[in-house]
Design a protein around this ligand. Structure first.
Ligand code: SAM
Length: 189
């Protein structure tokens, strides 16, 4: 059992790496809800079982959100810091997924990755659909300060992030902001 599993089992707050001490925040739940709605709106949802890779899944809040909206799902959690034994340890900056999924999901993860275009290109090989969020710089008064304070490696504008998706050959189906307008979620194929 890892140190992180032991901390969670004792009911103590998780590490503040990757801002995980804020993982119960309403914005994070809002983001997961929107992502689940986007998955439910995919053409294949409800027709066949969707195999989903939730990369940087944290406490797997997306899993519960999907369960209520999409009946047939096979959910697989991946994370650099797994919070439970069923989550596979995985580093998107260094590894390809290495298996084919219907949907790959990245919520609040690419802010911690230096080479976002590289990560997106790598994922393109392994998924049919991508649901991805980015906390865009557009609505922040001082983006540099936010980036430093939150320990992010990447903070892009909405248009720059859109360009990265398109350069990695993703076609955007839909994009929606969270209710605080600071994060955008894209559904791509
Ligand atoms: C801000 S949290 C978001 C967690 C979850 N997606 C959510 O929305 O509640 C970022 C998550 O990404 C994971 N993470 C950070 N860098 C990663 C990497 N290079 N590869 C995989 N996971 C990573 C962290 O461990 C953390 O669980």
């Amino acid at each position: 059992m890892s140190w992180l599993h032991r901390i969670i089992q004792r009911g103590k707050p998780v590490s503040n790496r990757f801002n995980l001490h804020e993982q119960d925040h309403e914005m994070w739940k809002d983001r997961a809800r929107i992502a689940a709605e986007m998955i439910a709106a995919l053409p294949d949802a409800g027709k066949a079982e969707l195999k989903i890779a939730d990369i940087g899944c944290g406490d797997q809040k997306l899993r519960e959100e999907i369960r209520t909206l999409v009946p047939a799902v096979s959910y697989h959690g991946f994370d650099l810091l797994p919070q439970s034994p069923e989550v596979a340890k995985f580093d998107i900056s260094r590894q390809p997924l290495g298996a084919r999924f219907d949907v790959a999901v990245l919520l609040g993860v690419l802010e911690y990755v230096a080479d976002v275009p590289g990560a997106l290109r790598s994922l393109r090989q392994d998924c049919r659909y991508l649901i991805v969020s980015h906390s865009v710089s557009d609505f922040r008064k001082n983006p540099r300060r936010s980036k430093r304070k939150l320990g992010w490696k990447t903070l892009m504008s909405e248009s720059d992030f859109t360009a990265c998706l398109e350069e990695a050959s993703f076609v955007i189906r839909e994009c929606r902001p969270t209710s605080n307008q600071r994060t955008v979620i894209w559904a791509c194929q």
